[in-house]
Ligand binder design. Structure first.
Ligand code: S3P
Length: 172
């Protein structure tokens, strides 16, 4: 039984819009594990939205809080954790996740990412520019960091259920 063999948090990493939260929720349900969304936890702890934290305190402050929240979530034992797209790019946060969790890189093409992120205007990094250009650039910059995850799963334009099945297969 797969769930019985999972002894560490499963941590989903990858670009904004790839589906980490939706896929994470479904995966957690199937494995009967608790689910946490790091961005939501940060917002609860700060009583502010991610955009407000970026605006008022800056990105470095956000990254510091993000690392502490992920650390706390990972201390809770086996679970599924969706991280914000920049978490695994920070050296200390990536090392923490690689050391204590099972990192899964969810990846898909830029077109699908832009299509998914443009349904919501909650991402400070997308403000004031052409989303295709910004997402293309950020994705290229982050590719090496994401590639440090031991498992990579494609979450393309199909339903998220397919990506969940691919993750379950990869975990076997
Ligand atoms: C960010 C992604 C966001 C959020 C913040 C920064 C990033 O999370 O943490 O806006 O640097 O890619 P999602 O990946 O859930 O959009």
């Amino acid at each position: 039984d797969l769930s019985a063999r999972i002894d560490r948090p499963i941590v989903l990493v990858g670009m904004m819009g790839v589906g980490k939260s939706t896929i994470g929720r479904k995966l957690a349900q199937l494995l009967a594990l608790p689910f946490a969304d790091a961005d939501e936890e940060i917002e609860q702890a700060a009583q502010m939205s991610v955009s407000e934290i970026f605006e008022q305190f800056g990105e470095d402050y956000f990254r510091d809080g993000e690392r502490r929240v992920i650390q706390r979530l990972m201390e809770g034992g086996p679970s599924v954790i969706a991280t914000g797209g920049g978490a695994f790019v920070q050296d200390d946060t990536r090392e923490l996740i690689l050391d204590q969790g099972i990192a899964i890189w969810l990846d898909c093409d830029v077109e699908t990412l832009v299509d998914r992120v443009s349904r919501k205007d909650t991402r400070p990094l997308l403000r004031g520019g052409d989303p295709v250009e910004i997402v293309t650039r950020i994705k290229a910059e982050r590719e090496n960091s994401y590639a440090a995850a031991p498992i990579k799963v494609i979450s393309d334009s199909g339903p998220h259920g397919e990506a969940v099945n691919r993750i379950l297969q990869a975990l076997q």
